[in-house]
Design a protein around this ligand. Structure first.
Ligand code: F6R
Length: 241
Protein backbone atom coordinates (compact mmCIF):
# COMPACT_ATOMS: atom_id res chain seq x y z
CA UNK A 1 0.00 0.00 0.00
CA UNK A 2 1.17 3.39 -0.92
CA UNK A 3 0.29 6.14 1.63
CA UNK A 4 0.08 9.82 0.68
CA UNK A 5 -0.59 12.39 3.38
CA UNK A 6 -1.61 15.98 2.67
CA UNK A 7 -2.19 18.93 5.01
CA UNK A 8 -5.67 19.63 3.74
CA UNK A 9 -8.69 17.84 2.33
CA UNK A 10 -8.52 20.13 -0.73
CA UNK A 11 -5.08 18.77 -1.56
CA UNK A 12 -6.37 15.22 -1.10
CA UNK A 13 -9.14 16.02 -3.59
CA UNK A 14 -6.82 17.51 -6.22
CA UNK A 15 -4.42 14.58 -5.94
CA UNK A 16 -7.05 11.83 -6.11
CA UNK A 17 -8.80 13.53 -9.06
CA UNK A 18 -5.48 13.52 -10.90
CA UNK A 19 -4.99 9.80 -10.13
CA UNK A 20 -8.42 8.98 -11.50
CA UNK A 21 -8.00 11.32 -14.49
CA UNK A 22 -4.77 9.53 -15.44
CA UNK A 23 -6.67 6.26 -15.72
CA UNK A 24 -9.32 7.82 -18.00
CA UNK A 25 -6.68 9.52 -20.15
CA UNK A 26 -4.85 6.23 -20.60
CA UNK A 27 -8.00 4.25 -21.35
CA UNK A 28 -10.90 6.33 -22.62
CA UNK A 29 -13.44 3.56 -22.01
CA UNK A 30 -12.21 2.89 -18.48
CA UNK A 31 -14.59 1.41 -15.92
CA UNK A 32 -14.61 3.63 -12.84
CA UNK A 33 -15.70 2.07 -9.57
CA UNK A 34 -17.19 4.93 -7.59
CA UNK A 35 -18.14 5.63 -3.99
CA UNK A 36 -20.53 8.08 -2.36
CA UNK A 37 -20.28 9.77 1.05
CA UNK A 38 -18.25 12.80 2.09
CA UNK A 39 -14.79 11.49 1.25
CA UNK A 40 -14.90 11.67 -2.57
CA UNK A 41 -17.00 14.87 -2.85
CA UNK A 42 -13.95 17.11 -3.25
CA UNK A 43 -12.45 14.73 -5.81
CA UNK A 44 -15.66 14.84 -7.84
CA UNK A 45 -15.55 18.67 -7.77
CA UNK A 46 -11.99 18.56 -9.10
CA UNK A 47 -12.96 16.09 -11.82
CA UNK A 48 -15.76 18.45 -12.89
CA UNK A 49 -13.20 21.29 -13.05
CA UNK A 50 -10.84 19.19 -15.17
CA UNK A 51 -13.70 18.34 -17.51
CA UNK A 52 -14.88 21.96 -17.79
CA UNK A 53 -11.31 23.05 -18.52
CA UNK A 54 -11.23 20.61 -21.43
CA UNK A 55 -8.71 18.35 -19.71
CA UNK A 56 -10.86 15.29 -19.20
CA UNK A 57 -13.31 13.48 -21.43
CA UNK A 58 -15.76 10.98 -19.94
CA UNK A 59 -17.68 10.31 -23.15
CA UNK A 60 -16.54 6.70 -23.41
CA UNK A 61 -16.08 5.98 -19.69
CA UNK A 62 -18.36 3.73 -17.66
CA UNK A 63 -19.00 3.84 -13.95
CA UNK A 64 -20.17 1.32 -11.46
CA UNK A 65 -21.05 2.30 -7.92
CA UNK A 66 -20.38 0.37 -4.77
CA UNK A 67 -23.74 0.53 -3.08
CA UNK A 68 -27.26 1.85 -2.68
CA UNK A 69 -29.72 2.00 0.20
CA UNK A 70 -32.54 -0.53 0.13
CA UNK A 71 -35.90 1.15 -0.39
CA UNK A 72 -34.75 4.47 -1.81
CA UNK A 73 -35.71 5.38 -5.37
CA UNK A 74 -33.03 7.06 -7.47
CA UNK A 75 -35.03 10.28 -7.25
CA UNK A 76 -34.76 10.32 -3.42
CA UNK A 77 -32.33 13.03 -2.35
CA UNK A 78 -30.44 10.65 -0.07
CA UNK A 79 -30.17 7.83 -2.57
CA UNK A 80 -26.73 7.15 -3.93
CA UNK A 81 -28.00 7.42 -7.52
CA UNK A 82 -29.15 10.96 -6.72
CA UNK A 83 -25.81 11.68 -5.04
CA UNK A 84 -23.86 10.54 -8.09
CA UNK A 85 -26.02 12.50 -10.52
CA UNK A 86 -25.76 15.72 -8.55
CA UNK A 87 -22.12 15.41 -7.46
CA UNK A 88 -20.66 14.24 -10.76
CA UNK A 89 -22.69 12.83 -13.63
CA UNK A 90 -24.86 15.92 -14.27
CA UNK A 91 -21.73 18.04 -14.67
CA UNK A 92 -19.51 15.95 -16.95
CA UNK A 93 -20.01 14.31 -20.35
CA UNK A 94 -20.43 10.75 -19.12
CA UNK A 95 -23.33 8.99 -20.82
CA UNK A 96 -25.82 8.25 -18.01
CA UNK A 97 -26.63 4.96 -19.75
CA UNK A 98 -23.10 3.93 -18.88
CA UNK A 99 -23.43 4.74 -15.19
CA UNK A 100 -24.54 1.95 -12.90
CA UNK A 101 -25.72 2.06 -9.29
CA UNK A 102 -27.34 -0.95 -7.59
CA UNK A 103 -31.14 -0.79 -7.49
CA UNK A 104 -32.39 -0.94 -3.91
CA UNK A 105 -36.05 -0.93 -4.90
CA UNK A 106 -36.46 -4.18 -6.84
CA UNK A 107 -38.77 -6.82 -5.33
CA UNK A 108 -36.19 -9.58 -5.59
CA UNK A 109 -33.05 -8.03 -4.15
CA UNK A 110 -31.08 -11.30 -4.37
CA UNK A 111 -31.77 -11.57 -8.08
CA UNK A 112 -30.90 -7.89 -8.51
CA UNK A 113 -27.59 -8.51 -6.73
CA UNK A 114 -26.80 -11.44 -9.03
CA UNK A 115 -27.54 -9.25 -12.04
CA UNK A 116 -25.19 -6.58 -10.71
CA UNK A 117 -22.32 -9.08 -10.49
CA UNK A 118 -23.00 -10.22 -14.05
CA UNK A 119 -22.99 -6.59 -15.14
CA UNK A 120 -19.60 -5.98 -13.49
CA UNK A 121 -18.26 -9.01 -15.34
CA UNK A 122 -19.82 -8.05 -18.65
CA UNK A 123 -18.23 -4.60 -18.63
CA UNK A 124 -14.85 -6.20 -18.01
CA UNK A 125 -14.33 -5.52 -14.31
CA UNK A 126 -13.14 -2.31 -12.72
CA UNK A 127 -10.10 -0.32 -13.84
CA UNK A 128 -9.96 1.94 -10.84
CA UNK A 129 -11.97 1.63 -7.63
CA UNK A 130 -12.50 4.67 -5.42
CA UNK A 131 -13.20 3.83 -1.78
CA UNK A 132 -13.99 5.68 1.40
CA UNK A 133 -13.57 3.89 4.70
CA UNK A 134 -15.98 3.65 7.60
CA UNK A 135 -14.73 4.55 11.10
CA UNK A 136 -15.17 0.79 11.73
CA UNK A 137 -13.11 -0.10 8.66
CA UNK A 138 -15.99 -0.98 6.34
CA UNK A 139 -15.53 -0.68 2.59
CA UNK A 140 -18.67 -0.32 0.51
CA UNK A 141 -21.15 -1.64 3.03
CA UNK A 142 -19.04 -4.68 3.77
CA UNK A 143 -19.32 -4.27 7.51
CA UNK A 144 -17.08 -5.94 10.13
CA UNK A 145 -18.16 -9.59 10.51
CA UNK A 146 -16.88 -13.11 11.04
CA UNK A 147 -16.88 -13.59 7.28
CA UNK A 148 -17.04 -11.28 4.28
CA UNK A 149 -18.97 -11.84 1.07
CA UNK A 150 -17.38 -11.92 -2.37
CA UNK A 151 -20.48 -10.95 -4.31
CA UNK A 152 -23.11 -8.24 -4.35
CA UNK A 153 -25.52 -8.76 -1.48
CA UNK A 154 -27.92 -7.09 0.90
CA UNK A 155 -26.10 -5.83 3.98
CA UNK A 156 -27.53 -4.85 7.35
CA UNK A 157 -25.93 -1.58 8.34
CA UNK A 158 -24.35 -1.53 11.78
CA UNK A 159 -25.64 0.87 14.41
CA UNK A 160 -22.44 2.90 14.08
CA UNK A 161 -22.86 3.24 10.32
CA UNK A 162 -26.51 4.27 10.70
CA UNK A 163 -25.45 6.89 13.27
CA UNK A 164 -22.61 8.11 11.04
CA UNK A 165 -24.95 8.44 8.03
CA UNK A 166 -27.77 10.08 10.01
CA UNK A 167 -26.08 13.44 9.33
CA UNK A 168 -27.50 13.33 5.80
CA UNK A 169 -31.09 12.58 6.91
CA UNK A 170 -33.62 14.57 8.96
CA UNK A 171 -33.35 12.04 11.76
CA UNK A 172 -31.66 8.74 12.54
CA UNK A 173 -35.02 6.97 12.17
CA UNK A 174 -35.05 7.77 8.46
CA UNK A 175 -31.73 6.13 7.67
CA UNK A 176 -32.38 2.87 5.85
CA UNK A 177 -31.10 -0.11 7.81
CA UNK A 178 -30.10 -2.12 4.76
CA UNK A 179 -28.12 -1.52 1.61
CA UNK A 180 -27.22 -3.42 -1.52
CA UNK A 181 -23.45 -3.50 -1.70
CA UNK A 182 -20.80 -4.86 -3.97
CA UNK A 183 -18.92 -7.62 -2.19
CA UNK A 184 -15.17 -7.64 -1.71
CA UNK A 185 -14.63 -9.74 -4.87
CA UNK A 186 -14.90 -7.05 -7.58
CA UNK A 187 -13.17 -4.52 -5.30
CA UNK A 188 -10.15 -6.80 -4.88
CA UNK A 189 -10.16 -7.55 -8.60
CA UNK A 190 -10.07 -3.86 -9.55
CA UNK A 191 -6.81 -3.05 -11.32
CA UNK A 192 -6.15 -0.07 -9.10
CA UNK A 193 -7.66 1.19 -5.83
CA UNK A 194 -7.73 4.72 -4.45
CA UNK A 195 -8.85 4.93 -0.82
CA UNK A 196 -9.67 8.40 0.51
CA UNK A 197 -9.89 9.22 4.21
CA UNK A 198 -10.31 12.58 5.84
CA UNK A 199 -10.85 13.57 9.46
CA UNK A 200 -9.87 12.36 12.89
CA UNK A 201 -12.76 9.87 13.12
CA UNK A 202 -11.02 7.79 10.44
CA UNK A 203 -7.60 7.77 12.14
CA UNK A 204 -8.04 4.46 13.98
CA UNK A 205 -9.33 2.61 10.90
CA UNK A 206 -6.46 4.10 8.87
CA UNK A 207 -3.94 2.96 11.49
CA UNK A 208 -5.15 -0.61 11.03
CA UNK A 209 -4.05 -0.43 7.39
CA UNK A 210 -0.45 -0.02 8.48
CA UNK A 211 0.09 -3.05 10.70
CA UNK A 212 0.56 -6.72 9.85
CA UNK A 213 -2.99 -7.90 10.51
CA UNK A 214 -5.69 -8.82 8.03
CA UNK A 215 -9.08 -9.38 9.63
CA UNK A 216 -12.70 -9.51 8.49
CA UNK A 217 -13.43 -7.50 11.66
CA UNK A 218 -11.82 -4.55 9.84
CA UNK A 219 -12.75 -5.23 6.21
CA UNK A 220 -10.38 -2.60 4.75
CA UNK A 221 -7.38 -4.60 6.04
CA UNK A 222 -8.07 -7.04 3.19
CA UNK A 223 -6.77 -4.37 0.82
CA UNK A 224 -3.26 -5.17 2.08
CA UNK A 225 -3.39 -8.11 -0.33
CA UNK A 226 -4.03 -5.90 -3.35
CA UNK A 227 -1.00 -4.96 -5.46
CA UNK A 228 -1.99 -1.38 -6.32
CA UNK A 229 -3.66 0.59 -3.53
CA UNK A 230 -3.04 4.27 -2.89
CA UNK A 231 -4.36 5.52 0.44
CA UNK A 232 -4.76 9.29 0.33
CA UNK A 233 -5.17 11.04 3.67
CA UNK A 234 -5.43 14.44 5.20
CA UNK A 235 -3.33 15.00 8.29
CA UNK A 236 -6.22 14.36 10.69
CA UNK A 237 -6.91 10.92 9.18
CA UNK A 238 -3.16 10.24 9.32
CA UNK A 239 -2.80 11.42 12.92
CA UNK A 240 -2.30 7.93 14.40
CA UNK A 241 0.22 6.71 11.83
C1 F6R B 1 -20.13 4.87 0.12
C2 F6R B 1 -19.52 3.74 0.82
C3 F6R B 1 -19.05 3.83 2.22
C4 F6R B 1 -18.32 5.13 2.53
C5 F6R B 1 -17.86 5.17 3.98
C6 F6R B 1 -17.21 6.49 4.33
O1 F6R B 1 -20.48 4.54 -1.20
O2 F6R B 1 -19.41 2.71 0.23
O3 F6R B 1 -18.19 2.75 2.49
O4 F6R B 1 -17.22 5.27 1.67
O5 F6R B 1 -18.95 4.96 4.81
O6 F6R B 1 -18.18 7.48 4.24
P1 F6R B 1 -17.78 9.03 4.33
O7 F6R B 1 -16.91 9.29 3.14
O8 F6R B 1 -19.10 9.75 4.22
O9 F6R B 1 -17.07 9.23 5.61
Amino acid sequence: MNFKVFDTYDEVSVYTAELLAEVVREKEDAVLGLATGSSPVGMYKELIKLHKDGKLDFSKAKSINLDEYVGLEGSHEQSYRYFMNTNLFDHVNIDKKNTFVPDGTVDDLAKGAEKYDKLIESIGGIDVQVLGIGPNGHIGFNEPADALKMNTHVAELTEGTIKANARFFESEKEVPTKAVTMGVGPIMKAKKIILIASGENKALAVKSLMDDVITTKIPATLLKLHPDVTVVLDKEAASML
